[in-house]
Write a protein that binds this ligand. Structure first.
Ligand SMILES: Nc1nc2c(c(=O)[nH]1)N[C@H]1C(S)=C(S)[C@@H](COP(=O)(O)OP(=O)(O)OC[C@H]3O[C@@H](n4cnc5c(=O)[nH]c(N)nc54)[C@H](O)[C@@H]3O)O[C@H]1N2
Ligand SMILES: Nc1nc2c(c(=O)[nH]1)N[C@H]1C(S)=C(S)[C@@H](COP(=O)(O)OP(=O)(O)OC[C@H]3O[C@@H](n4cnc5c(=O)[nH]c(N)nc54)[C@H](O)[C@@H]3O)O[C@H]1N2
Ligand SMILES: [Mo]
Length: 617
């Protein structure tokens, strides 16, 4: 703690430190962590959200005035149509499959929009039933659309175009009342969509008008539609446009603010959403900072801080000199691995608060610390007795989480205790009694209740089984937080990325046997890949054009702004994927993602739109 404090106190300005958070951290730890960072004097709070659902947050906030989804689990099970964009729930959200099955039993139609026909949606057996899991079971999806990578903007424009044209032709497919009462800029949107040419829609989405009409039929037969999505939508140059167009598509038919309908960004880490609610955000709102200042009687910095990409740039330029990671595996999760590694090596001090050893512990500053901490599954005993923590799930439900295992060592500290230790060593005359708060987490929760809306009676309600819902304006059709006070239709363009001859679009995806940068095994069972991770999925046609055969060894070169980056030694796997599209696994392929290749506005690394060439060894 003294080493950390000494390094922090030596900085010329608090803005020379970056405080990363991975989305595993509990509400209680996250609240204290951001409070410490702001009392220290900076908003440099990059987090894994910057690489994950940032585009969803930005797109949804502008469109409906809240950066979160609007549906509950109950809505999912009672909808009539579910559009699943860019998500592989079979591997990454297996529990969601049961909800999809329940919806299907009640007659819902499911559409999968994905360059890969992912097995979880193609063949599903309920694991709770005899012979469960994925096998020869039934298909969950009713319609599969093999979209080109990054083809979602043209597809969504096509889908909206069909709806608008049907309405013009006298069919009642739009919800005019909803549009009239709750929405802004419908006429501008309508013009933009009707002026988009079918030839462009088909060319850039890789889908035919017939296929798009089939999707529209499902939308028109449904009175309650939900759009779900994950990283296939958020990690592109025009990711924010993807989110806004999905929301606009739902608005056309009044699919917000009613049971069984709405927007559903499917989250990653178990508390990534809660961390944001607790103020882990480099751009926290003034009203949040106002109430923090009021409750804790200090002056919070107001200047926006560094996100993930900007933190890497700042460390690279030696403008940031101390890196502290509350969980996560920064060097492996971020883009441009070598560039990022050099950035970390420039630091005076790098600190990782971790439950597991990982690569980031090896790529360090002049001094480095690994602070092992209690994991979620371990008992957390403080002077007032055994503690529990709370988290917020994708649906905005806050509930408690309790460790049951004996800790690995009696020397392990909890995350809140580590934050308190750093704060006590670093801050002189802090207005916060860090030790007292972390002796009894109920006291942290009282402070959360006093500063953040929606946490009334926190300590009481968090003890109720199942937890409680946070307020959600979009669920009530209250769009007053947007700039226009209404739900906004927006005008969006496709990314305009054009591939040259012999260039391919590459997306970086997860296998079944990994959790982000933690690799549990070498199999990707539902895609039929065994015992190997350095593979590239390619369309068989493209392979023969390049003279490649199955399991040939190739080198990959990425091309961004005329810069070349190389990753050597990948095995070619022929796969059912649209032409000119390829897939590799994250994090092995991160060396190919330029630090400068990122989403407009949200600044999320565009790790699913990587332009590459493929060369046989
Ligand atoms: N077992 C397991 N579970 C996890 C994780 C894990 O690593 N392992 N990670 C967690 C985290 S942090 C997250 S964020 C989530 C991630 O969950 P997912 O988003 O499902 O994860 P990815 O493997 O990145 O899959 C992206 C999907 O989008 C598709 N896709 C890629 N590009 C496009 C595109 O341009 N358009 C469309 N329509 N589709 C596209 C890909 O084919 C793939 O099916 O999972 C969480 N759950
Ligand atoms: N190319 C490419 N890059 C990507 C993605 C992609 O799809 N493609 N996905 C992005 C996404 S969606 C995300 S969310 C990020 C993930 O980025 P990170 O969250 O930084 O990475 P993880 O691999 O989840 O971090 C795992 C480490 O967290 C620590 N840990 C686990 N649980 C706890 C805990 O309870 N407390 C503490 N203190 N530490 C803990 C362990 O030490 C473990 O080694 O990666 C992003 N990077
Ligand atoms: Mo994520």
């Amino acid at each position: 703690m003294t080493l950390i404090a000494d390094n922090l106190k030596q900085l010329e300005s608090a803005d020379q430190a970056a405080f990363y958070t991975s989305g595993r951290t509990s509400n209680e730890a996250a609240f204290l962590y951001q409070l410490f960072v702001r009392q220290f004097g900076t908003n440099n709070l990059p987090d894994c959200s910057n690489m994950c659902h940032e585009s969803s947050g930005v797109g949804l906030s502008e469109t409906i005035g809240i950066g979160k989804g609007s549906v509950s689990l109950d809505d999912l099970e009672h909808s009539e149509a579910i559009f699943i964009f860019g998500q592989n729930p079979g591997s990454n959200h297996p529990r969601m499959l049961s909800s999809l099955q329940a919806a299907k039993r009640q007659g819902a139609k499911i559409v999968a929009i994905n360059p890969l026909d992912e097995t979880g949606l193609k063949r599903f057996k309920n694991p709770q039933q005899i012979n469960g899991v994925i096998g020869t079971g039934t298909a969950l999806r009713d319609l599969y659309l093999p979209i080109k990578i990054n083809g979602d903007v043209p597809f969504l424009k096509g889908l909206c175009k069909v709806l608008l044209e049907r309405q013009e032709n006298g069919q009642q497919v739009l919800d005019n009342d909803f549009i009239h009462h709750y929405c802004h800029n419908f006429d501008g949107f309508k013009d933009d969509i009707l002026n988009t040419l079918w030839a462009d829609i088909e060319l850039h989405s890789g889908l035919t008008k017939t296929q798009i009409n089939q999707a529209a039929d499902i939308a028109c037969d449904s009175k309650k539609t939900i759009c779900c999505w994950a990283m296939g939508m958020t990690q592109h140059k025009n990711a924010v446009a993807n989110i806004q167009l999905m929301t606009n598509f739902l608005m056309l038919q009044g699919n917000l603010g009613k049971p069984g309908a709405g927007v559903c960004p499917v989250r990653g880490h178990s508390n990534v959403q809660g961390d944001r609610t607790m103020g882990i955000w480099e751009k926290a709102s003034d009203s949040f900072l106002d109430s923090l200042e009021k409750e804790f009687n200090f002056k919070s910095p107001r200047k926006h801080g560094l996100d993930v990409i900007n933190s890497i740039e700042a460390m690279h330029q030696k403008k940031a000199k101390v890196f502290i990671g509350m969980g996560g595996n920064f060097v492996s999760a971020t883009p441009d691995t070598e560039y990022t590694a050099n950035a970390l090596r420039n630091c005076n001090l790098t600190v990782h608060i971790s439950t597991k050893l990982n690569r980031s512990h090896l790529i360090h500053g002049k001094k480095a610390l690994i602070l092992p901490c209690l994991g979620r599954s371990e008992k957390d005993i403080q002077t007032s007795g055994e503690q529990f923590i709370s988290v917020e799930n994708s649906m905005g439900v806050v509930h408690q989480s309790h460790g049951h295992l004996e800790p690995h060592s009696d020397k392990l500290l909890s995350e809140p205790k580590i934050v308190a230790g750093i704060a006590n060593a670093t801050l002189k005359n802090s207005t916060v009694n860090w030790t007292k708060l972390t002796d009894n987490y109920d006291l942290i929760r009282d402070k959360i209740e006093a500063t953040i809306t929606g946490f009334d009676n926190f300590n009481k309600r968090v003890r109720i089984k199942g937890g409680f819902y946070l307020p959600n304006n979009a669920r009530e059709n209250d769009f007053s937080p947007t700039e226009t006070g209404k739900a906004n239709f927006s005008l969006n363009k496709p990314s305009g990325i054009k591939l040259k001859k012999n260039e391919f679009m590459m997306m970086t995806i997860r296998t079944h046997d990994q959790y982000n940068t933690t690799i549990y095994g070498l199999n990707d069972r539902y895609r039929g890949v065994l015992n190997e991770r350095r593979v590239i999925f390619m369309n068989a046609n493209d392979m023969s054009l390049l003279g490649l055969k199955r399991l040939d060894l190739v080198d990959l070169t990425s091309h961004f702004n005329n810069e070349k980056r190389q990753a050597r030694g990948f095995l070619v796997v022929p796969y059912n994927i649209p032409k000119q599209c390829t897939a590799t696994y994250f994090p092995e392929a991160n060396v190919l993602v330029s630090i400068k290749s990122k989403a407009n506005i949200s600044n999320t690394p565009a790790s699913k739109t990587v332009i590459i060439t493929v060369k046989k060894r």
